[in-house]
Ligand binder design. Structure first.
Ligand SMILES: Cc1cc2nc3c(=O)[nH]c(=O)nc-3n(C[C@H](O)[C@H](O)[C@H](O)COP(=O)(O)OP(=O)(O)OC[C@H]3O[C@@H](n4cnc5c(N)ncnc54)[C@H](O)[C@@H]3O)c2cc1C
Length: 396
């Protein structure tokens, strides 16, 4: 079986490695140049559930490299902007030795790319359209044509594969969350950061700022604020000035982190999601994974983790293709099998976003007190379903 993958992000690269492990041929087509594909803003949490997948991929080599490169997620906490601890998270949440790994996005992309033979990923190939017969023929903007048995759209929020499979010239605009997010990283060794915590997130009114250990003395940061879509920082003299005026009244170590950020690039994005598609994501020999199928708000740090889980579950179905089970029927079974979990991640991500972004002083007061009063074991119980994911190795 030959699988054509559009998009060389977390989902597309992970899927390609799992295809090779299963003995399938695979080609990944990415529209960006290689240096662009290997870049990315800030850091990312690859949480326990997604690490469970990498345990069964490429003889654990990606798994081991992620732990070598990144920061292991141990304890973390939500705090008020005044530095009061509201909720402390430990690996008990997943009944595991840790909660996974955090690393810079560029490091993650590099590790995933290096897990593939160099000819697998073709950069500078923008998907144009496809034709389906008893095969799939895929056409690119540069005139190239590729042929395979399955087409997987791993091409992100504005997926062109999804729009063609739904018979639309382009996708509807995604749903704006009402928040924008700044991201970047800083050197943390000399900063007054409580190293007991691998991550911490401070909640204000309509804004919040978090940081996390991405290994080798570096920390990634993110900051959310309620804002109109399409805003920029230009009028206020750039992102750093905006962050300073918004967050410098937060408790230590936030002011010190803001100072450290002056030396680093800061990226700003608006945050979007899309309502889940339900039980059917693709059509015929075409399916979707990751953000192409189900972009979620990043408040749980699970969008990329879901793309990793999708990749594994997709190949689990495709290895079962026999004469009685056609490729399209196995693709639909894959999509249906992911539907409930994705819907829950989508809804919980929105809910956590609304909690973190509360603006009214009374709402913030109630939020902070309820987080303080709820016992940790009870708060953890809410997320048991998320970390209760135990993939078994794929039967080849
Ligand atoms: C602020 C923020 C923080 C986040 N934090 C986390 C986190 O901590 N943990 C987590 O798991 N997730 C996190 N996420 C979500 C995560 O980034 C996404 O869910 C993840 O990147 C999705 O991976 P993907 O491979 O599906 O898509 P993408 O990463 O979007 O990759 C799509 C790829 O397809 C390419 N492409 C697009 N169109 C075409 C085309 N026409 N032809 C060829 N190639 C094309 C793109 O160039 C890109 O390389 C966060 C998101 C945001 C915005």
């Amino acid at each position: 079986m030959k699988i054509i993958v559009i998009g060389g992000g977390i989902g597309g690269l992970t899927l390609a490695r799992i295809c090779l492990d299963a003995g399938f041929q695979v080609e990944v087509y990415e529209k960006r140049s290689l240096p662009e594909m290997l870049s990315g803003a800030g850091g990312i949490f690859i949480q326990h559930n997604a690490m469970q997948v990498y345990q069964w991929v490429w003889d654990r080599k990606i798994y081991d490299r992620l732990y070598e490169q990144g920061g292991t997620i141990l304890e973390g906490g939500f705090l008020s902007k005044h530095g009061e601890l509201l909720y402390r998270s430990t690996p008990n949440l997943a009944q595991a030795k840790d909660m996974g790994v955090c690393l810079l996005r560029s490091d993650l992309q590099q590790i995933l790319y290096e897990a593939l033979p160099p000819e697998t990923v073709k950069t500078g190939y923008a998907f144009k359209n496809y034709e389906e017969t008893d095969k799939i023929r895929v056409f690119f903007q540069n005139g190239h044509c590729a042929e395979g048995d399955v087409l997987v759209g791993a091409d992100g929020l504005y997926s062109a594969v999804r729009s063609q499979s739904q018979g639309k010239p382009r996708l509807e605009h995604p749903i704006y969350s009402g928040t924008c997010c700044w991201r970047g990283y800083f050197e943390g060794d000399d900063l007054p950061i409580d190293k007991q915590y691998s991550w911490a997130e401070y909640w204000g009114q309509g804004d919040r700022l978090g940081y996390f250990d991405v290994g080798a003395g570096r920390f990634a940061f993110y900051a959310f604020a309620n804002a109109a879509a399409g805003g920029t920082d230009e009028a206020e003299g750039g992102a750093w000035n905006v962050l300073r005026s918004r967050f410098s009244n937060y408790a230590n170590p936030i002011p010190a982190i803001l100072d450290a950020l002056s030396a680093q690039p800061i990226y700003r994005d608006d945050i979007y999601d899309r309502e889940p598609l339900g039980t059917v994501w693709g059509q015929g020999r075409v399916t979707l994974i990751g953000d192409a199928a189900h972009p979620v708000q990043p408040n749980l740090g699970q969008g990329g983790c879901m793309a990793i889980e999708d990749s594994f579950e997709l190949i689990r179905q495709l290895v079962l293709v026999r004469e009685s089970e056609t490729i399209p029927s196995m693709l639909r079974q894959f999509e249906a099998s992911r539907c409930d979990r994705i819907a829950r991640v989508f809804a919980t991500s929105r809910q956590v976003g609304q909690t973190g972004q509360a603006t009214h002083p009374i709402a913030c007061f109630v939020r902070n007190w309820s987080y303080k009063l709820i016992p940790t074991w009870l708060a953890d119980l809410q997320f048991k379903w998320l970390y209760d994911y135990h993939p078994e190795p794929i039967d080849r």
